[in-house]
Design a protein around this ligand. Structure first.
Ligand code: N01
Length: 540
């Protein structure tokens, strides 16, 4: 699929349908687990008029990008996969990044949705054109006009580069964990890793094996649990493949085991104690040196930050060529890192494993809803609030996958994504069925939903565990995590609830002016139809 390239700097919506502008019913942005899943589900629902814009050259999203040494999943693969595309050939309980990436690519092939994609297509901005009741999406490969936009960009797509004095002047190699430089050979070099989160603890053991010395800059010590990872035996693999129901049963077992953690995480943090005991014992067993052990002992309740799993991180820290530095970074110079105590450590390479912009993603600044207000402005003012993680008031005809409060600390995001896909497909079906021109979640409904979410989250370990985490936004609210059992979310999203939305039938929309400026600051959409009327229709 190729598109004529238009002026990439042009911001305004097209006047009329100029050459090089492509009209689609539904436009999906991003092709990780969420966007690819959407493409498959829309196809299965018989929808043909959609396109997936993917800035990379392959499907996979965060699993394509995070190819650092040691990258692997911390949720067992039989659960961390689509329910409709189970893979009996997983080689081990917790798959590595290459195997997961191969799986995602194989699913794209199996469901024949690659030709729905435009790869290397970077979305520069998206404007709601109130006059035309359409989204105008500008990309490096031309302009798109879409009735519906599905944002599937994911929460972990924009690397967070630390604002450390002098870091831009560093003359050695420096790269983020999500942008690993595979041309770089760290063998025999003096390396620094900044950060001790989920990515860093997988990178450190690999780099420690080859670096001359490795300094691990730790700001907050994480809780680490044992990793029950192993290869599947040939017998197990045969059973997954040939014994009816065996793989599904195994998946269910993993799901239920993981779901029990919700009690401690979201409802009564006291129930996290047994897990914390396991983590403390793991630390005691793996680090014998009392000074190092003290350094890497967390000072908050387990679960407050993401719980990590590793069997080789602590042993790597105990290696003679590895130092854990806890003094805090003062500045980076051309060839060294200077800590707040004045110590200068020379380095040849720095790996920045400092996570992602989650509640402050730069992508928010490029999506403009009603009145030309950007998602960034809206989220900055009121926090990252949405409705069922799938819609945001002020952004008509836009659906989100992995939107606000859909994240998890304990189990598979693919389960949440599939719940949202049910909701999305039913929303599109409803829009067609009642020939709706616009749907927009009602502000009062969204507000009530978020008040309820925050009430539920108030007793969670994420709010009471004594840590600072990227789960919380600048208002101190947890706008990233789902506060309950994932099956509750599945139930909530089973059906599109039109009653929660303001909607206008296509026939009731005012005709767009002959020439629309279309920057989202144009005329307002036509009169709103009482949602209850639509619900009555739905009930008939
Ligand atoms: O990022 P993080 P990540 N100076 O934000 C530190 C998923 N994931 O890439 O804790 C110094 O967790 C920061 O310190 P602190 C998973 O959802 C999954 O590791 O804020 N340090 C922290 O130690 C995960 O949660 C898998 O005090 C700075 C680290 O950098 C998410 O990705 C594997 C700093 C950032 O940790 C992100 O993980 C990998 C600064 N200025 C990732 N700024 C699976 O296995 C930040 N830090 C599925």
């Amino acid at each position: 699929m190729s598109l004529p390239v238009t002026d990439t700097h042009e911001q305004a919506a097209p006047k009329g349908d100029a050459p090089g502008v492509r009209e689609v019913d539904t436009l999906i942005i991003g092709s990780g687990f969420a966007g690819l899943g959407a493409a498959i589900k829309l196809t299965q629902a018989g929808r043909k008029d959609f396109v997936v814009l993917e800035r990379g050259t392959e499907v996979g999203g965060t699993w394509r990008d995070n190819s650092y040494p040691g990258a692997a999943c911390d949720v067992p693969s039989h659960l961390y996969s689509y329910s409709f595309a189970l893979n009996p050939t997983w080689t081990r309980s917790f798959s590595t990044q290459p195997e997961i990436q191969r799986y995602i690519e194989s699913v794209a092939d199996k469901y024949k949705v690659r030709d729905r994609h435009i790869f290397g297509c970077d979305v520069q901005n998206a404007h709601w054109d109130s006059a035309r009741h359409r989204w105008i999406v500008q990309t490096n490969k031309g302009k798109f006009v879409a009735k519906i936009v599905v944002s599937a960009v994911g929460a972990l797509c924009e690397p967070n580069l630390p604002d450390i004095k002098g870091i831009g002047d560093f003359q050695g190699e420096i790269f983020h964990s999500a942008q690993w430089n595979h041309d770089s050979d760290l063998t025999g070099k003096r390396v620094a890793v900044i950060g001790t989160g989920a990515s860093a603890i997988q990178i450190v053991p690999q780099v420690a094996k080859i670096a001359k010395n490795l300094d691990v800059y730790q700001r907050t010590a994480p809780w680490i649990l044992p990793r029950a990872d192993r290869e599947y035996t040939p017998l197990e693999k045969a059973a997954f493949k040939y014994v009816p129901g065996f793989q599904k049963l195994s998946r269910l077992g993993i799901y239920l085991m993981r779901e029990t953690q919700v009690v401690g995480l979201a409802k009564a943090p006291i129930f996290m104690k047994p897990l914390q005991f396991v983590a403390e014992r793991h630390l005691r067993r793996q680090i014998k040196d009392p000074v190092l052990r003290k350094k890497v002992t967390p000072n908050f309740r387990i679960g407050c930050k993401r719980m990590l799993i590793s069997n080789n991180y602590f042993p790597a820290l105990a290696q003679p060529n590895v130092d854990v530095v806890t003094d805090g970074i003062e500045e980076v110079t051309a060839n060294s890192i200077v800590t707040k105590d004045g110590t200068r450590r020379e380095v040849d390479a720095i790996v920045v494993a400092t996570g992602f912009h989650v509640t402050d993603s730069p992508t928010f600044a490029h999506i403009f809803g009603k009145g030309g207000r950007s998602l960034a402005e809206v989220f900055d003012e009121g926090g990252q609030q949405g409705y069922k993680g799938s819609a945001v008031a002020g952004f008509p005809n836009m659906f989100f996958l992995v939107g606000p409060n859909t994240g998890l600390g304990h189990t598979s995001m693919v389960y949440m994504i599939e719940s949202q896909l049910n909701y999305l497909v039913d929303a599109l079906r409803t829009i067609d069925r009642y020939d709706l021109g616009t749907v927009e979640v009602r502000r009062d409904v969204q507000d009530r939903y978020n008040t309820d979410l925050q009430d539920r989250l108030a007793s969670s370990v994420w709010m009471n565990g004594g840590c600072a985490s990227w789960y919380l936004d600048k208002h101190g609210n947890n706008t990233t995590l789902w506060p309950g059992f994932t099956f509750e979310f599945r139930n909530e999203t089973r059906k599109f609830d039109l009653i929660a939305y303001d909607s206008v039938a296509t026939g009731d929309l005012p005709a767009p002016p002959a020439e629309s400026a279309g920057t989202g600051k144009g005329k307002r959409a036509g009169k709103r139809k009482n949602t209850d009327d639509m619900t009555k229709v739905a009930a008939e």
